[in-house]
Design a protein. Sequence first.
Length: 230
Amino acid sequence: MFAVVTGASKGIGLEIVKQLAVDEENTVLAIARSPKELNLLKKNSENIITFTGDITSAAVITKINALIKKNTKHVDVLINNAGFLVKKDFGKISSKELFQVYNVNLFAPFLLTQDLLPLMGGKTRSHIINISSIGGVQGSSKFLGLSAYASSKAALAGLTECIAEEVKTKNIACNCLALGAVQTEMLEKAFPGYKAKITAKQMANFIVDFALTGHQYFNGKIIPVSSTTP
């Protein structure tokens, strides 16, 4: 199996890569902007391929595609996990900050998924997973200062439903996991001092299992994965 994971240098993404790589039959492409953790991942596992770059760049996505084609003819799993958060009052968020949040959380997964579709589906079913937030689910509680982040994640959930409809005849499933509180650096940034009941490793375990089996049962679904929220 060949899997692609973005936001792979820390938190949930890092743990997803580690857990997928436990199976020697899996090859995992770990993508992130920071090379430090990626280099450690590569040293510790022969079946991890790393790529350092900013996925908001079209040129970077082209390079990722070329790297994948050197290693496989088929992408089985794509986990759009990379995320970016700005915590600021709604009235004080600049256009630059807004675009940065949407570039990482929405436009990058849109364009990366679009670019990799020709390598997915066919005789072997593929699974696209978009990592959203419980704060991006309609009707959920919202939090002060997170309007850019939560709205971008809501848009990602909506995009999931659209992609699923587009690819359902191509043997590809696309689902969205809307995560609640997980103990990560991003949670600390959003809610300083709050302690979540779920660790990054625990959440990664759920996501990996869902990546490998969820496409047998779900397509176009937005699934809340939340035991607690701040």
